[in-house]
Design a protein around this ligand. Structure first.
Ligand code: DAH
Length: 357
């Protein structure tokens, strides 16, 4: 008996002292494997008498079980320890503030676009989109700008190479073609805005070959210019954060609207300083009642439906709102510029949450 006890105790001590799972495996093989020390004891049982063999056999089995259990328990504790260590190295504290130098910035155009969308969404508008590469019909003809109309030259279009059938696609010169596409593919009533990229062959401090516009379109049964003025007045006051900002319509002309207007907002120009709000005027957008010919070209019955449209430059609003002097810098991808004029990514604009950070 003594040799079994001594042997068992020795193995259990080594199990307790083991420092890695691989050591435990060696101990298991050394004691319980085919040629293990405990296994060898079982082999000797055959030479014993029946009573003694039974008692000895039970004692050896108990020893085997005790050793196997100790090894398993120790293995489990190693596994738990390894898992703890792994989790500790992988731990991240999600409550830590972001390192400012690692934070990206939102471009002012994206910021203003999100602000515009938030304001019109609060008025019940949804966002529509159209392609940057347009055909002549959607960009011009359907908008009541026929071939040889002077407005085509004014748009300084970028044309793609002429196709075999003689037609020529172009980069859209305004977002107005989205009006046509939306009316063609949806049933009235309509209440959409269409923000996006537009292109004209032009470059100076306030013009870039690629720029951004947002188009608006409302078509219903009893829409009039009063609605148009209300929608836009609310918009300019909210986007510039000036609650009593003055706003006026001036008669104008666009082929796709009749009557047409340009809208001005109040501003102040004093000694080289410029500010939104005041008794001077600054032109901000074009708008009008959608021309019946435009409705008909898009498949809308102009005796039943009418409404208004408007178009405005997003980049220009960003320049005015955030005091950015040169439009060309918007598209130079200069990180120093973006760090200076950009916005924090988590400041998502909303009418309720605030637009004027
Ligand atoms: N498409 C015009 C432009 O790019 C802007 C515009 C004016 C859009 C009047 C409209 C509108 O929808 O009604 O100059």
């Amino acid at each position: 008996m003594d040799d079994l006890d001594t042997l068992t105790r020795a193995v259990l001590d080594r199990v307790a002292a083991a420092s890695a799972a691989s050591e435990l495996e060696d101990l298991r093989v050394g004691a319980l494997g085919k040629k293990g020390t405990i296994t060898e004891l079982v082999k000797g049982l055959g030479s014993l008498g029946p009573e003694e063999r039974k008692a000895r056999g039970q004692a050896v089995n108990l020893a085997k079980d005790a050793i196997a259990a100790a090894i398993d328990a120790r293995k489990a504790s190693f596994a738990a320890r390894d898992l703890e260590a792994k989790l500790a190295t992988e731990r991240i504290d999600v409550t830590l503030p972001v390192r400012p130098e690692a934070l990206g910035r939102i471009h002012p155009v994206s910021q203003v676009m999100d602000e515009i969308i938030a304001i019109f969404a609060a008025q019940g508008f949804t966002v529509a989109e159209g392609p940057d590469i347009e055909d002549d019909f959607h960009n011009f003809t359907a908008l009541n700008i026929p071939a040889n109309h002077p407005a085509r030259q004014m748009h300084d279009s970028f044309y793609l190479p002429r196709k075999a059938d003689g037609t020529q696609m172009l980069l859209r010169t305004h977002t107005s073609p989205v009006q046509i596409r939306h009316m063609q593919s949806h049933q009235p009533p309509h209440r959409i805005i269409a923000p996006g990229r537009t292109y004209r062959c032009d470059s100076d401090q306030t013009h870039t070959p690629m720029f951004h516009q947002v188009e608006g379109l409302v078509i219903d049964r009893n829409i009039h210019m009063g609605h148009l003025k209300g929608v836009l007045e609310d918009f300019v006051r909210t986007i510039f954060g000036v609650p009593d900002l003055s706003f006026r319509f001036r008669p104008s002309h666009f082929p796709f609207t009749e009557p047409s207007a340009e809208a001005d907002i109040g501003c102040t120009r004093k000694g080289g300083e410029f500010k939104i709000g005041g008794s001077d005027w600054l032109e901000i957008l074009g708008c009008g009642m959608v021309h019946p010919k435009v409705l008909e070209a898009a498949g809308v019955d102009s005796t039943e439906w009418q409404g208004f449209a408007f178009g405005l430059g997003i980049d220009r609003i960003a320049m005015l709102k955030y005091g950015i002097p040169d439009l060309r810098a918007f598209f130079e991808a200069d990180l120093r510029w973006l760090r200076h004029y950009g916005f924090a990514p988590l400041d998502i604009p909303s009418v309720a949450g605030g637009l004027n950070q």
